[in-house]
Design a protein around this ligand. Structure first.
Ligand SMILES: Cc1cc2nc3c(=O)[nH]c(=O)nc-3n(C[C@H](O)[C@H](O)[C@H](O)COP(=O)(O)OP(=O)(O)OC[C@H]3O[C@@H](n4cnc5c(N)ncnc54)[C@H](O)[C@@H]3O)c2cc1C
Length: 158
């Protein structure tokens, strides 16, 4: 068990924390009692905690899967941090379109909380720069979600 807390520090609770390195490991790590994903733990609330139960910390899922220099479109795993993205892509002239007040957050955490930056009123939230995502849901299915994708979920991790 590992003692974990949210950034607000309201509660510290023992969790069965795992650090999967691949999508397959994530699938194998799902607990029948329920699992909670966690990024860099920068949420002020307790949504990335699961007292006495499984927490899947996704920071080792930090690979880039593809980048289109013409459009600035990146495919990556959910554990990539904005700090990592900025370090790697700012020198090439690219910066995340929406960033919260800290770069020590993961792409997965930004999507799950749909974070906003200082230009929230003009540019919207993180979702506005997400074309699509693949999500492993609790029963083991992999759902592909995008504004144009309304069909039934299907598939497994490639
Ligand atoms: C100094 C500071 C400044 C901040 N400024 C802002 C701001 O300006 N605007 C703003 O909107 N927020 C802000 N935040 C909040 C922060 O941006 C969000 O809480 C963000 O979601 C944290 O990302 P994380 O990777 O740490 O996720 P965590 O806190 O670890 O998790 C957040 C949520 O994402 C889910 N999650 C994480 N990874 C995955 C995954 N791989 N798959 C599925 N679900 C996942 C978790 O289950 C949880 O529900 C700030 C936080 C701090 C500490």
């Amino acid at each position: 068990m590992t003692l974990l807390q949210g950034w607000g520090g309201q509660r510290r609770v023992e969790c069965d924390e795992r650090h999967p390195e691949t999508a397959r490991e994530v699938a194998r790590s799902l607990s029948p009692q329920g699992s909670v994903a966690r990024g860099l733990g920068r949420s002020y609330g307790d949504q990335a905690l699961n007292e006495g139960r499984r927490v899947l910390t996704c920071t080792r899922l930090d690979r880039y899967l593809g980048f289109d220099e013409a459009t600035g479109t990146l495919r990556c795993e959910a554990g990539v941090s904005l700090a990592q993205l900025i370090a790697d892509f700012a020198p090439r002239g690219f910066f995340p379109a929406i960033t919260p007040g800290t770069k020590f957050v993961t792409v997965g955490g930004c999507i799950a909380n749909d974070v906003h930056g200082k230009a929230h009123h003009a540019q919207g939230t993180f979702a506005t720069c997400v074309d699509a995502l693949r999500l492993l849901v609790a029963d083991g299915r992999v759902v592909t979600a995008s504004p144009s994708c309304s069909g039934p979920p299907s598939g497994a991790w490639a």
